[in-house]
Design a binder for this molecule. Structure first.
Ligand code: HAM
Length: 429
């Protein structure tokens, strides 16, 4: 039997509904924030990620899915969404719009060749946002507020926002110098990857999973001591806006993130799933004021974040939040006999076109097993269509919870369900 590739998963049963619900909720939240939907290709030139995400990152050195296409071009399946969106922003000259900042959102699969385990997949889905053109720290706070509002809407309680500042490019250069000086006498004690990182980007050493516990990493110069006035001011303002938005945060000076493009604010939002460790990070993001320029566009600041669908599902499960519990079938239609089916399917379609979620028996079940099927769907309303209903066009409706029965004329069917289902909604609120 052919099996799915390692690190991937299939969606079926209730998980499909859950995912669709989360995607819809995210899309409607983004509408409220006035962000526009963008979509970019699943694969891009490999160079985009080398220059964009960074040559010294694990993502690019160890985790990309690379291939040479039939035209001999080096291509990579996108490991994340930001680089592609920035490429599109430049290529489509979105920087020329009068209505800056450009604010957009996206969702879709990303690919990283990581060691698969729960919470870490080779194909995983992100929902993310990117904004371009504003240096205002208010937008950093707005970006952080998006996942926080999303998680609050979902009712997640155990979330924690971690923030840090990596400073502007000048501060980063000064810090990099300090790190090079600090590590120089100790290069030999570093792991092979970190020796490489020392050459390419010493900041990455701070993020190393192997060297993390070595003494040499305990006394590393602190980035905060190298932030210039401008960077400190920006960071203070972001915190002020978070407080205004009543978003509690934890300052984490060790938070550097695994991608090279960040400047100033970086953040991660963690869930609280026991035994999940670093896989508790539901989302991460930050400011990247140099990335548009690095990728060949005009100097344009940017801020964004992305959140992982799979980890969100795990966090919801852990907190026992069932997002689809009330999202059931409105009406189940039972035709009783071959001659009633045409009329029954017409009524089903009519109800669907009027906004109800409706299904109809397609298995010629008898009445008893049809009611069982309605129970499986948790359907409150059942329509029975027998020969009498077909000829009189007076329809029998049963409330599957109270067993009450109603006889309703065909032309009043929509009005009946409009009223009943509205009443049901009030009851659940
Ligand atoms: P990232 O931290 O690499 O950032 O990924 C964001 C989120 O995607 C993570 O917090 C996690 O929930 C999820 N994720 C990452 N890798 C995996 C995996 N192998 N399996 C399951 N979930 C995963 C970025 O991707 C940046 N592009 C975020 C950003 C946007 N920064 C600025 N704008």
């Amino acid at each position: 039997m052919i099996q799915k590739p390692k690190g991937t998963y299939d969606v079926f049963d209730t998980q499909g509904k859950q995912i669709q619900y989360l995607e819809k909720l995210f899309a409607s939240l983004m509408e409220k924030y006035n962000y526009e939907y963008m979509r970019t290709p699943l694969f891009e030139s490999s160079e985009l990620f080398h220059r964009g995400v960074g040559d010294s990152t694990d993502i690019v050195t160890k985790e990309t899915y690379d291939f040479v296409d039939r035209g001999n071009r080096n291509m990579t399946l996108r490991p994340e969404g930001t680089a592609g969106i920035v490429r599109s922003f430049i290529e489509n000259k979105l920087y020329g719009r009068a209505s800056i900042p450009v604010k957009c959102w996206y969702m879709g699969p990303m690919y990283r060749y990581e060691r698969p385990q729960s919470g870490r997949y080779r194909e995983f889905y992100q929902m993310g946002v990117e904004t371009f053109g504003s240096l205002d720290p208010m937008i950093d706070a707005e970006i952080i507020s998006i996942p926080v509002s999303f998680f609050r809407l979902l009712g997640l309680k155990g979330i924690k926002v971690h923030i840090n500042s990596l400073g502007d490019i000048e501060s980063r250069i000064n810090y990099k110098k300090a790190l090079l000086e600090y590590f120089e006498p100790h290069i030999e004690t570093l792991c092979e990857d970190c020796k490489n990182r020392y050459q390419k980007n010493p900041l990455r050493i701070l993020d190393c999973k192997i060297d993390q516990d070595k003494d040499i990493l305990k006394n590393v110069p602190k980035l905060q001591d190298y932030l210039n006035e401008q960077s400190k001011k920006h960071y203070e303002a972001v915190k002020k806006y978070l407080e205004a938005l009543q978003i509690p945060y934890i300052e984490d000076p060790n938070l550097v993130r695994g991608l090279d493009y960040y400047t100033h604010t970086v953040f991660e939002v963690e869930a609280n799933v026991e035994g999940f460790g670093s896989r508790n990070v539901l989302c991460g993001g930050g400011r990247y004021d140099g990335l548009v320029e690095t990728l060949g566009g005009p100097k344009t600041p940017g801020v964004g974040f992305a959140l992982g669908m799979e980890r969100l599902l795990t966090a919801l499960e852990y907190e026992k939040i069932d997002v689809i519990q009330n999202k059931t079938l409105d009406i189940y239609v039972m035709p009783m006999g071959e001659q009633t089916k045409e009329y029954a399917i017409q009524q089903t379609m009519l109800l669907r076109m009027n906004g109800f979620t409706v299904d109809i028996d397609m298995m010629d079940r008898n009445v008893k097993s049809n009611f069982k099927q309605a129970d499986r769907y948790h359907t409150k309303w059942v329509i029975l269509i027998g020969e009498e209903e077909t000829s009189t066009q007076i329809i029998t409706i049963k409330n599957n919870q109270t067993q009450e029965e109603y006889k309703i004329k065909e032309e009043q069917l929509i009005q009946f369900f409009d009223e009943q289902i509205e009443e049901d909604m009030h009851e659940t609120i």
